[in-house]
Design a protein around this ligand. Structure first.
Ligand code: HAM
Length: 423
């Protein structure tokens, strides 16, 4: 048997209503905040991620799915969406439109990571990016969008962690302090981090190697090295979050694993779903557009992993399957050939009116039909035999409570109402 590649998932019909619920909720909330949907290619030039995400990141060094096409171009399956959106903003000159520019996306991403609960090699993100708004109030707005999506999905026990990484003015001071700290402990760093010490010491802070993680205690914090502008930006962000009623905690360990971040970074973390508890991560990236060849344009955004949102939702509500199932199914059972033809035509009529209806199409016995209806979770059933067809009347059975209601099978309006479609 050919199996799916390690670290990928099949989303089966049973599970997909929850996915759609999450995706629809995220889309709806983002639209209310003025975000328009953007879609972009599954693969991009490898250079985009090297320059955008950063050569020293784990994502670029260890996790990308890179291949050469038949023309020997190096291409990479997108490991994340931000660099792709930024590329599209430049290529389509969207920065020339009136600012701010608000975009959202739903996309699969690919990273060669060690699979575990909440971590896969192909995963799905909902992301939002806001360009051309440099203020701390804009940071608060994007954080509030992420917060609103998580709340509207119904996830509980999640907390917002914020930090600031400073800017190109104050970061060099921090980097030299960080280098001093790690040089004293160089023998305990992994080989990759020894190289990073010279090229990009901030990346040592998100290395997953145990020895490097241990060294994090006592490490200097970005927050203590901020220039006045970055300090003020962070203060305004905190004030605005408090004013809009979003709880947060300052977590100086949040440095994010991608190189493009400046100033504000944040994560929404759940304690309920194990080690991979970060549901959403994001931050400001004021230098990204320029780094990949566009005009100086500020940006901030976030992405949330759909699988992790589902895990968190399940942990706070273990009945989600039934809750997010689509419209109630009406199963029309039939006895005999005439009734079977009638059932098909009635099902067609109901579906044309937007009703979710199924009937037997393989000539099963009534008992087998009812068993099937039960397995499919039909909310209602209607049994058609010769009598019902002649009289035009049948009993609509509510499968949840067993009650029966006589109905005129040719009156689709009444059926709609009884099935609960016109609430
Ligand atoms: P990220 O932190 O790499 O950021 O990923 C964002 C979210 O995607 C994570 O918080 C997690 O929920 C999910 N995720 C990441 N990797 C995996 C995986 N291997 N399996 C399952 N879920 C995963 C970014 O991707 C940035 N582009 C976010 C951003 C947008 N920053 C600014 N704008």
């Amino acid at each position: 048997m050919i199996q799916k590649p390690r670290g990928t998932i099949d989303i089966l019909p049973d599970e997909s209503p929850v996915w759609r619920f999450i995706e629809d909720t995220a889309r709806k909330v983002a639209s209310n905040y003025g975000y328009g949907e953007i879609r972009f290619p599954t693969f991009e030039a490898t250079e985009l991620f090297m320059r955008g995400v950063g050569n020293d990141t784990d994502v670029v060094q260890k996790e990308m799915y890179t291949f050469y096409d038949r023309d020997n171009r190096s291409l990479t399956l997108r490991p994340e969406g931000t660099a792709c959106v930024a590329r599209s903003v430049i290529e389509n000159s969207l920065y020339a439109d009136s600012m701010p520019l608000r975009l959202y996306y739903l996309s699969s991403c690919f990273r060669y990571e060690k699979p575990q609960a909440g971590r896969s090699r192909e995963f799905y993100q909902f992301g939002a990016e806001l360009f051309g708004a440099a203020t701390a109030v804009a940071d608060a707005e994007i954080i509030s969008l992420a917060d609103a999506i998580i709340r509207n999905i119904g996830i509980k026990s999640v907390s917002l962690h914020i930090n600031t990484l400073g800017c190109s003015d104050c970061r060099p001071r921090y980097h030299s302090r960080l280098k001093e700290y790690y040089k004293l402990n160089i023998s305990n760093l992994c080989e990759t981090c020894r190289d990073r010490l010279e090229t990009n010491p901030l990346r040592i802070l998100d290395c997953k190697n145990n020895d490097c993680v241990k060294l994090r205690e006592g490490v200097p914090k970005t927050i203590d090295f901020l220039c006045d502008d970055c300090g003020e930006h962070f203060e305004i962000l905190k004030r605005t979050l408090t004013k809009i009623g979003i709880d947060y905690r300052i977590n100086t360990n949040i440095v994010r694993g991608l190189d493009y971040y400046t100033r504000t970074v944040f994560e929404f973390i759940s304690d309920d779903i194990g080690a991979q508890g970060t549901l959403c991560g994001g931050g400001r990236y004021d230098g990204l557009i320029e780094a990949i060849g566009g005009p100086s344009t500020t940006g901030i955004g976030f992405a949330m992993g759909i699988t992790r949102l589902i895990l968190a939702l399940k942990s706070s509500d273990n009945n989600i399957k039934s809750k997010y199932n689509e419209n109630p199914l009406l199963y029309i059972a039939s006895l005999g050939e005439t009734a079977s033809v009638h059932a098909v035509s009635l099902a067609e009529k109901l579906r044309a009116g937007g009703i979710f209806a199924e009937c037997d199409i393989i000539g099963r016995s009534l008992k087998a039909q009812m068993k099937y209806a039960d397995k499919k979770g039909a909310a209602f059933t209607l049994i058609l035999g010769d009598n019902e067809i002649e009289s035009g009347k049948a009993q609509l059975k509510n499968m949840r409570d067993g009650s029966q209601t006589p109905v005129d099978i040719n009156d689709t309006d009444i059926l709609r109402r009884l099935l609960g479609y016109d609430k």
